[in-house]
Design a protein around this ligand. Structure first.
Ligand code: ADP
Length: 154
C-alpha cells in the first residue's frame, strides 16, 4: 500500500504518519527527516539542502526525487511506503507516479490534512519551543506557508 500524506507545514502529518506506520507496519518516509539527517551528517546532499531549508524554501526537485528513488528501490520499501512531506511540487507528484509505475505499483490512498493558518501558527510556536528547529521561527515558517500555497497546493 502506497499512501501519501498531504497538508500544510505544521498540520500534523509527521505525528499521524508515525502512528499509521506503527499500526500498519508500512515504512514511513519523511523527506524532511531524511534531509535533516543529511544536514546533521554533513554530506554533500546535506550541504546543498541546508541553504534552502533554513530559508523555508523547497530543496530542488532533482535532489528530492533522487532521494525518494533510492528509498523506493530499497528492500524495506517492498511493502509500500507512507510518504510524508513528498510530493511537494507538481514535478514531484509526476515523479511519484513514474517511480511507482516502474515497479508495477501506484498511489493507493491520499490523506489530506486540512488545518486553518492561525492553528498552524499556534502549533508551530509550540513546536519551536520543544524541538528548536531552525526553520520553525516565525519568518521562516510564514515563508514555508507561502511556498506551500504556491508550489504544493497545485
Ligand atoms: P514541514 O512539513 O513542517 O514543513 P518538513 O520536515 O516536511 O517540514 O520539511 C522541512 C524542509 O525540508 C522544507 O521546508 C524544505 O526545505 C525541505 N523539504 C522537505 N521535503 C521536501 C520536498 N518534498 N521537496 C522540497 N523540499 C523539501
Amino acid at each position: 500500500m502506497n499512501i501519501i500524506l498531504l497538508g500544510p507545514p505544521g498540520c500534523g502529518k509527521g505525528t499521524q504518519g508515525e502512528l499509521l506506520a506503527q499500526r500498519t507496519g508500512i515504512l514511513r518516509v519523511s523527506t524532511g527527516d531524511l534531509l535533516r539527517q543529511a544536514v546533521a551528517g554533513g554530506t554533500d546532499l546535506g550541504k546543498r539542502a541546508k541553504v534552502f531549508m533554513d530559508q523555508g524554501l523547497l530543496v530542488p526537485d532533482d535532489v528530492i526525487i533522487g532521494l525518494l528513488g533510492e528509498v523506493l528501490a530499497s528492500p524495506r520499501a517492498a511493502g509500500g511506503v507512507i510518504m510524508d512531506g513528498f510530493p511537494r511540487t507538481v514535478a514531484q507528484a509526476e515523479a511519484v507516479d513514474r517511480l511507482l509505475a516502474a515497479r508495477g505499483r501506484q498511489v493507493d490512498r491520499v490523506l489530506f490534512f486540512a488545518v486553518a493558518d492561525e492553528e498552524l501558527l499556534r502549533r508551530i510556536e509550540g513546536r519551536a519551543a520543544v524541538e528548536g528547529r531552525a526553520d520553525d521561527h516565525p519568518d521562516a515558517f510564514r515563508q514555508r506557508l507561502v511556498v506551500y500555497r504556491k508550489q504544493t497546493q497545485p
